[in-house]
Every structure is written in structure tokens, then in C-alpha cells.
Design a protein around this ligand. Structure first.
Ligand code: SAM
Ligand code: SF4
Length: 484
């Protein structure tokens, strides 16, 4: 089929209409604006009450999130930063889940003005991995110690759902040395329910679609043409994923396109709508990428809404407090300095050793004309792990929840009760041990080994501790991929 014919068949309006409330989407802009206005200058006591509610791991209501966003008191912000860290430690422990982004294809029919891959960008060198090339990329990643991927695709008939499914199969079946990819997440364009079922059947991890901006008018302006111009098809992309049984979904907003407070409110309303429609199960992760420069893409540097480092830390904190039990992803778009700081207000996942050029891992090169934007953090996986260890964080490559079927509602049930420790911390220790044995440099091993004993000592019961110690012995003797 021609590109135009393909485009005409992608969007299924009836799959959107069923989720509308009396023809309206859940993103009520007037409500957001009024809520932000009605909660200006919140007093100290109110902010502290809201912080206390978050610490109970209860999701905030829009007026509470609005009050936090409007806080002007530096002392209270310090309290919020502390609370963000505390909540994260309570729910997820001192562990950071680590993954690599893998860009598979940059052919794209869309015209997002901020993106280096937009169809009009003649400075972008187009490339789509063949299956043998993909296998080489995966080998290069596994050889560095990676176990988890986010696979990224432009929107184009050549990278349709069948191609995505093929690439997932390759990701799961490629072995290298002691290792393999154990969880492959996907960031791709919105799909129809029947296509999402295909991805469910090949074992997709999390399906991510970022709304970019929740503000309708801005959305229309920045996505002037192509499939992505359809705001509603995108807004309900993750509802369709849940409907298709892909029950770990990742929402996100691209900060820098519109007012940051509005976008945080949008993320919250999106969470609430998913929770309401899917039996209390909201997003598995929330992402908050900041717009970065991209080749031949002037908008990315001149937008009036660019968010500075200080505001970035605040917005991440408010997201943490608003949805205390959800995973939060801090990407290598940010510099190492910003990441080392912001990770402490409640982030649970980072990418590391990232290369976002297509074919970049085997070439081990930085080619800006094959990248969507330019990364801020170019530390290797080993360096990032060492830095995390120095800050007291164990790096987890754990994928057990997903492989034991603890996804969606099951995972959320455990997270909301603050009970992840019993399973996730043991699994973090086991996967970290594998990394230290198989991939770490001497320097990292020396800096990070202490964490194993520290976290063993912190496990909730002697019984769990004994089990983990036995499993560590088996890993020392050469077994791999043990988990609870
Ligand atoms: N093409 C699919 C889409 O747009 O949903 C998926 C892949 S797209 C390459 C992944 C994400 O990258 C987008 O959702 C957007 O938030 C982000 N992105 C695009 N341009 C960016 C830029 N200049 N800086 C930072 N992030 C950017
Ligand atoms: Fe294409 Fe996604 Fe880039 Fe938009 S953000 S141009 S859809 S790759």
C-alpha cells in the first residue's frame, strides 16, 4: 500500500469515541485553569497536610496538586523534596531500575516541530534497522550488561505493528555471553486495539506514548500535519492498550511546549481517567522529558516555555507527590549533574550508557544526524552505576514482576501497599550481583560491592535474607537469572 493509503487506515474513530464522556475528553482545560487559580498562595498548613497525604501513598486530587504547584515558599519546597525521596524509598527502596533506549527506525510521516525526525527535516539521515542489524545492536547492549530496553520507532508504514512485533521477537531471542534482554518496552505511535493485541502476544513490556502537550490548541499548532495531528487518537492510546491487555502503560509530557503547571495537571487527569476506567489501575510509569536541541530544529531552542533546572526539580517533585506509587523515569536527556540531583526527589528509573543514534551501539559513535535530539548525559553504563552506588543506590536490572505476571493491577496493588520491598529488593540484589560479576569494571566493583551487604541487612525478614544469600551463592557458582 502507498503511504497515503496506509495513513488513511490507521485511525479508528470508534475506538476513541467509546472513551469520551458525553462527547468530551477528560482533559478539561477550563477546570485545570480554574483549579490552578483557586489554589493560589496555599498556606503552610495546607501544603503540609497534602504532603502527609502523599506519604500515606494516596493519590492527590487536582486541587491538591494545584496547591503544590503554586507553592512559593522555599522552605516548603525543601520539605517536599524530602518527602519525595521518603515516598520513593518507602515504596521502591534504595534502588534504581536501569534500561537502555534503542532507536530502531527514524522514518516518520509526522511533523512535530520540536523533533529531529519530523518528515520535513532534510538534515536527518534516515535509517531503519534490518533484523540482522538489530541483533548486532542488541548483542552490543547485552555485552555491556543491559537487560531492559525501551525500543523507539518513528511512525511510518515501514515500521508498522508487524515490524515492531518482529523486532520484539529479535530482542527476546538474541543471546550474548551470559546475558539477554529480559524486558523490552516500546515507545511508538498510538495503535489500534487489534494491533496492541499483537504486541501483547509477543510479550511487550510497558507501552509508552507521551501526549507531549495536554493543551489542545498548542498540540494542534505543534503537530500541524500527519497522523499525530489527531489529539484524541493519542490521548486515548493507552486506554486502548489497557483494553488490549497491555496493562503496563507509560504516560508522559514533553516539558517545554506549554506551561509546566498545566502539563503536570494534565498528567494527573490522565492518571485519574485511566484509574477510573480500568479498576483503579493507572499508568505504570510517568515520564517528564524536557525538550532538547535537535539538528536543524530551531523550535527546540526558542520555545517560550522552556523549563529551567530549578523548575524541573519542582515539577518532578510534584509528580512524585501526586501519584506516590507510580514509577518515574528520568532520562539521559538531562545532564549527569541534573540527574544526580533530581533522582533524589523520587525517580525510580533511569537509562544509562545511552546512544540514541540508529545503529549507534555497535558503531559506538555519536552521529547527531541520526539522532532525534542531543543527549545531556553521556556516561557509560558502568560509570552511571558507579555514581549511583556512591549515592547509595543499587542498580536493578530486575524484570521478575513482568515475567511472573505481576503487571497492571497486580503490581499496583503491591506498590500501593508499599510492599514492593519483599520482592523487588531481593531481585535488585540478585541482578546487581550478576552485573558486578559479569560486566563491572574493577573500579565499579570496588565502589559498589558494599551495597549488596547493606541491602541484604535491610531486607524485611531473616527468611527472605536466607533465601537471597542462597541464591547469591548459586550466582557465584555460575547460575544466572534467578529471581523471586
Ligand atoms: N514517534 C513516536 C511518537 O512520537 O510517539 C515515538 C517515538 S518519539 C521518537 C519519542 C518521544 O521523544 C516523543 O514522544 C517526544 O516526547 C520525545 N521528543 C521528541 N523530540 C524531542 C526533543 N527535541 N527533545 C526531547 N524529547 C523529544
Ligand atoms: Fe515522528 Fe515521534 Fe518525532 Fe513526531 S516525535 S516527528 S511522531 S518520531
Amino acid at each position: 500500500v502507498s503511504v497515503n493509503e496506509w495513513i488513511r487506515n490507521v485511525i479508528k474513530p470508534e475506538q476513541v469515541e467509546k472513551y469520551l464522556n458525553k462527547g468530551q475528553d477528560f482533559l478539561d482545560e477550563n477546570l485545570i485553569k480554574q483549579t490552578l487559580l483557586a489554589n493560589q498562595q496555599p498556606d503552610k498548613e495546607r501544603i503540609r497536610e497534602i504532603i502527609a497525604k502523599s506519604k500515606e501513598l494516596v493519590r492527590l486530587d487536582p486541587d491538591e496538586t494545584a496547591a503544590l504547584l503554586n507553592c512559593q515558599d522555599e522552605e516548603l519546597w525543601q520539605e517536599m523534596y524530602g518527602a519525595g525521596l521518603q515516598i520513593k524509598q518507602n515504596v521502591y527502596g534504595r534502588r534504581i531500575v536501569t534500561f537502555a533506549p534503542l532507536y530502531i527506525s527514524n522514518y516518520c510521516v509526522n511533523s512535530c516541530v520540536y523533533c529531529g525526525f519530523r518528515t520535513e527535516n532534510k538534515a536527518s539521515r534516515r535509517k531503519q534497522l534490518t533484523m540482522p542489524e538489530l541483533e548486532e545492536e542488541i548483542r552490543a547492549l547485552v555485552a555491556k550488561g543491559h537487560k531492559r530496553l525501551i525500543m523507539v520507532y518513528g511512525e511510518h508504514p515501514s515500521s508498522d505493528v508487524h515490524y515492531i512485533a518482529e523486532t520484539l521477537k529479535v530482542a527476546y531471542s538474541t543471546k550474548e555471553g551470559h546475558g539477554e534482554i529480559r524486558r523490552a518496552n516500546v515507545n511508538a505511535a498510538p495503535l489500534a486495539v487489534e494491533d496492541l493485541e499483537i504486541l501483547r502476544d509477543v510479550g511487550i513490556g510497558t507501552f509508552q506514548v507521551f501526549q507531549e502537550t495536554y493543551h489542545h490548541q498548542t498540540y494542534q499548532k505543534l503537530h500541524p500535519r500527519g497522523l499525530k495531528a489527531n489529539y484524541l487518537w493519542r490521548l486515548y492510546a493507552l486506554h486502548r492498550a489497557m483494553e488490549a491487555g497491555v496493562d503496563d502503560v507509560g504516560i508522559g509530557a514533553l516539558f517545554g511546549l506549554y506551561d509546566w503547571k498545566f502539563e503536570v495537571m494534565g498528567l494527573l487527569l490522565h492518571t485519574i481517567d485511566l484509574e477510573e476506567k480500568f479498576g483503579g489501575v493507572g499508568p505504570h510509569t510517568i515520564s517528564f522529558p524536557r525538550m532538547e536541541p535537535a539538528i536543524n530544529t530551531p523550535f527546540a531552542e526558542k520555545s517560550p516555555y522552556i523549563v529551567n533546572d530549578d523548575t524541573f526539580k519542582k515539577l518532578v517533585t510534584v509528580i512524585r507527590l501526586s501519584v506516590p506509587y507510580t514509577g518515574m523515569i528520568l532520562t539521559a536527556r538531562e545532564s549527569a549533574r541534573v540527574r544526580n540531583d533530581v533522582i533524589n526527589v523520587g525517580c525510580t528509573q533511569i537509562d544509562a550508557g545511552s546512544n540514541i543514534g540508529i545503529g549507534g551501539y555497535q558503531e559506538d559513535s555519536l552521529a547527531y544526524d541520526k539522532q532525534q535530539f542531543i543527549l545531556g548525559d553521556n556516561r557509560s553504563l558502568d560509570e552511571a552505576i558507579r555514581d549511583m552506588a556512591k549515592m547509595g543506590y543499587i542498580t536493578s536490572f530486575c524484570t521478575a514482576d513482568y515475567r511472573c505476571g505481576r503487571t497492571g493491577g497486580c503490581f499496583m496493588g503491591i506498590a500501593k501497599k508499599g510492599k514492593i520491598h519483599n520482592l523487588c529488593m531481593p531481585n535488585a540484589i540478585l541482578t546487581f550481583k550478576e552485573y558486578l560479576l559479569d560486566y563491572a569494571s574493577d573500579e565499579t566493583r570496588a565502589a559498589a560491592d558494599y551495597l549488596i551487604n547493606q541491602e541484604l541487612a535491610a531486607l524485611p525478614s531473616d527468611q527472605v535474607r536466607e533465601t537471597v544469600i542462597k541464591m547469591l551463592d548459586r550466582i557465584n557458582q555460575g547460575e544466572r537469572d534467578l529471581f523471586l
